[in-house]
Design a protein around this ligand. Structure first.
Ligand code: SAH
Length: 432
């Protein structure tokens, strides 16, 4: 089983190639030296990452062919708007009609949606987001793995359970061999094609060491590597890009400058945003977003967060609930409601660029074990599976009782496959 399906190169223009997936055409950047029209490739995050033998690709595609149309049918039933409640709310109808044809909404209309309280109207809003998800991405759902390589962190983020505030946490740092072994299992046993390496801001690894690990992975495997090591600076980003990293996950956390400074004493939002912009300039696939439910955060802040992620050219939006951790200054804050997160995801789908992916975060799944399904039906199009070795995973406790904390890889993979099948989604990465 595999987390991407091969596509056929339809055309090549410089380093841009168009890849065909059963008739759906997607654009990707090619860095392979020899690639010709008619070749079969795997693409991830908008990058061609591997060329396949024609016979092998055709075998794989033959197994997908029937499944592809079957899954499409299942998805179609779910995204159809025809059985949806017709709302009596004419303003809502007007806003949703507008959203069906344009990803620009007036601020007051975004506020209206995010403030919806009536259950039937809210459902119609979420369904409209799912309809647009299908319109822009068909039934594709991209899946990537995450390895949390270290929980050491020098930062003082008020909400975070691996920050300097938590003095009661056992700290760990995986060495190169452990990281390569986890990557090996994910790729060779389970067929992952995109892996995110994440850590706290850990001074225990030098940029050279991180570059060496990434180079080694890229030497051994055809895989998209994404990184999330915090603010490593322009030179750090540049060196790791050179080593082979192609994606960056860096949330700006909140677009409200004052709230950002309050929650990160000594740090400023501008610097974090500058790094995300630099990463984009360097060619990284950008995953960014913020925390929902922070103390003092308003609905307007959340809309501003979405617009900031859009301005930062997010290829994938990562928005999830803030979950209080007892050993942090925000340990006693209330927990945000699940529906507020679903409404945020739906609004992202209405406002984001069409190609943008929307991630279901583990924090949302921690709020409700059924949240993955609910989010995928409210505009989300992307999932993440935790590949951190079980002995370490419980110590990456950014918030308590994380979903999948004790599930081995086999169980996680099986449940994702089952969920995607039940929703009619196909684990294809559509590229940009
Ligand atoms: N050092 C990396 C990774 C940080 S941990 C970086 O700076 O990007 C990854 C994410 O966990 C953070 O960006 C933050 O948004 C999220 N996080 C931290 N504490 C959290 C909490 N209490 N609830 C929900 N998410 C949290």
């Amino acid at each position: 089983m595999c987390y991407a399906i091969p596509g056929k190169v339809h055309s090549i223009n410089g380093n841009i190639v168009i890849v065909d997936y059963f008739g759906q055409k997607k654009r990707a950047i090619n860095e392979l030296k020899t690639l010709a029209i008619g070749d079969y490739v795997y693409a991830q995050g908008g990058y061609v990452i591997q060329k396949l033998e024609t016979a092998q690709a055709q075998d794989i595609l033959a197994t997908w062919q029937d499944m592809f149309s079957l899954l499409n049918e299942v998805d179609k039933e779910k995204f159809s708007l025809s059985q949806s409640t017709v709302t009596n709310d004419l303003n809502l109808r007007r806003i949703l009609d507008q959203a069906l044809v344009s990803n620009q909404l007036k601020n007051e209309d975004s506020l209206y949606l995010i403030n919806l309280a009536n259950q039937a109207d809210t459902e119609l809003f979420l369904k409209t987001a799912n309809f647009l998800r299908q319109k822009y991405h068909q039934n594709a759902c991209c899946v990537h793995g995450i390895i949390e390589i270290s929980n050491y962190c020098k930062r003082n983020c008020y909400y975070c359970g691996i920050s300097t505030h938590n003095q009661n946490l056992k700290r760990y740092r995986m060495n190169k061999e452990e990281i390569i072994l986890a990557v090996y299992e994910a790729i060779k046993v389970y067929g992952f094609k995109a892996i995110l390496l994440q850590s706290g801001e850990d001074v225990g690894y030098s940029i050279n060491e991180l570059a060496d690990i990434i180079e080694e992975i890229k030497r051994k495997y055809d895989v998209l590597i994404l990184i999330s090591f915090g603010e490593i600076g322009y030179e750090g980003l540049k060196d790791l890009f050179k080593a082979g990293a192609r994606g960056l996950l860096m949330r700006f956390e909140t677009s409200n400058e004052k709230l950002y400074s309050d929650l990160h004493p000594g740090y400023i939002l501008k610097n974090r945003i500058a790094q995300i912009k630099q990463a984009y300039q360097l060619g990284y696939f950008i995953i960014t977003g913020g925390l929902i439910g922070l103390p003092g955060q308003t609905k307007q802040d959340i809309i501003n967060d979405i617009l900031l992620a859009k301005e930062l050219k997010a290829d994938m939006y990562s928005f999830g609930p803030f979950l209080p951790h007892a050993n942090t200054p925000l340990g006693k804050e209330p927990i945000v409601k699940e529906i507020d997160i679903l409404k945020t995801l739906a609004l992202i789908r209405l406002l984001a660029d069409q190609e943008a992916k929307i991630l279901v975060t583990t924090a949302l799944e921690t709020l409700d074990f059924k949240a993955r399904e609910k989010a995928l039906l409210a505009g989300a199009s992307s999932l993440m599976i935790n590949l951190t070795p079980l002995d370490y995973r419980k110590f990456y406790s950014i918030y308590p009782n994380r979903a999948h904390e004790r599930e081995n890889l086999k169980i996680q993979v099986e449940s994702v496959i089952q969920l995607l099948k039940s929703l009619g989604r196909i684990p294809i990465d559509l590229g940009i």
